[in-house]
Design a protein around this ligand. Structure first.
Ligand SMILES: [Fe+2]
Length: 252
C-alpha cells in the first residue's frame, strides 16, 4: 500500500533531446501522468551518449526545464521538475575531470548506464572506481537489464561493496522487460539492493511515468520500509546531497 508521494529519479520527459518525448505536448502529458500517479518530484535525465555535445545538451535542458515547469504551474499540475542526466559510460569517461554539471540535481550522485550486451564486470568496476575517486556516488540505472548482471547476480554485491547504488526500473519487477530481468529485479527488491525505483519513461505508450500502474502489482510480501526508502527517503536524501547508507540482506 503506497500512501505517500514519491520521487522518480529517471525519465526522458524533455522533448526533442534524446530518444524520449518527441514533442512538448507529450512532455506535458508525461508530467500529468506522473503527477496523477503519485509522483511529487520528477527527474529529467536525458541521455549523454557522447561527451562532445554534453555542454549543448546542458543548455537545452536548462531552457526546456524552466519552460516546462512554467507550463505545469499554469495548468495546475503540482509536479516539481528536477534536473539530471543519464550518462552512457565507456572509456571516454576517464578523460572527464569535472562531472558536477552532469550529476543528479548537482549532487554527488551520478546516474550511469552501460551497453546492455557488451559490458563486463571489469569495465563497470573501472568506470565506477574512477567516478568514486572523483568523490561521486555511481547510481547504476536499471541493473536488472544488463547481460553481465543477468548472467551473474553476485556482481551486484561487489559493486555495492564499492559504494555503488542501484536504480531499478519500476516495470521490471512485474515482468515488462522479460522474465530474467524480472527475476533479478525481485531478488534485488527483496534483499534491499534497490536504492531507487524509477520509471525510465520514454513515451506515453508502454514506458510511461505512471509508476503506480506497476507498483500496485508488486508482491504483497515486500517489506514496505524498503519500498518507502526506494521511492521517497533515498531520493530525498539524494536531492539534499546527503549520505545514503543502504542496509543489504542476503541476495538469494
Ligand atoms: Fe534511461
Amino acid at each position: 500500500m503506497i500512501d505517500f508521494g514519491y520521487t522518480d529519479i529517471h525519465s526522458h520527459t524533455l522533448w526533442g533531446i534524446d530518444d524520449g518525448s518527441r514533442n512538448l505536448e507529450s512532455s506535458i502529458e508525461l508530467c500529468r501522468l506522473a503527477y496523477e500517479s503519485g509522483t511529487d518530484y520528477l527527474f529529467l535525465t536525458p541521455h549523454i551518449v557522447r561527451w562532445e555535445n554534453a555542454g549543448e545538451l546542458y543548455d537545452i535542458r536548462e531552457e526546456r526545464t524552466e519552460y516546462l515547469q512554467n507550463i505545469l504551474y499554469n495548468e495546475g499540475i503540482n509536479l516539481k521538475l528536477v534536473k539530471g542526466f543519464e550518462i552512457l559510460c565507456d572509456d571516454d569517461i576517464f578523460a572527464i575531470k569535472y562531472f558536477l554539471p552532469y550529476t543528479l540535481n548537482n549532487s554527488r550522485y551520478i546516474l550511469i548506464e552501460f551497453n546492455f550486451r557488451n559490458t563486463t564486470e571489469e569495465d563497470v568496476s573501472a568506470w565506477c572506481d574512477y567516478l568514486i575517486s572523483n568523490n561521486l556516488v555511481p547510481v547504476i540505472a536499471h541493473p536488472e537489464r544488463y547481460d553481465f548482471v543477468k548472467n551473474d547476480i553476485t556482481v551486484i554485491e561487489r559493486l555495492s561493496d564499492k559504494g555503488c547504488l542501484f536504480q531499478m526500473n519500476c516495470a521490471s519487477a512485474v515482468g515488462v522487460f522479460g522474465e530474467r530481468e524480472c527475476n533479478v529485479a525481485l531478488k534485488m527488491l527483496f534483499s534491499g539492493y534497490v536504492d531507487f525505483i524509477g520509471s525510465d519513461a520514454h513515451d506515453l505508450r508502454w514506458r510511461t511515468t505512471d509508476m503506480y500502474m506497476y507498483l500496485r502489482d508488486y508482491p504483497e510480501e515486500l517489506d514496505e520500509d524498503l519500498i518507502f526508502k526506494a521511492l521517497k527517503e533515498n531520493p530525498e536524501k539524494l536531492m539534499k546531497n546527503e549520505e545514503i547508507n543502504p542496509v543489504r540482506y542476503e541476495l538469494y
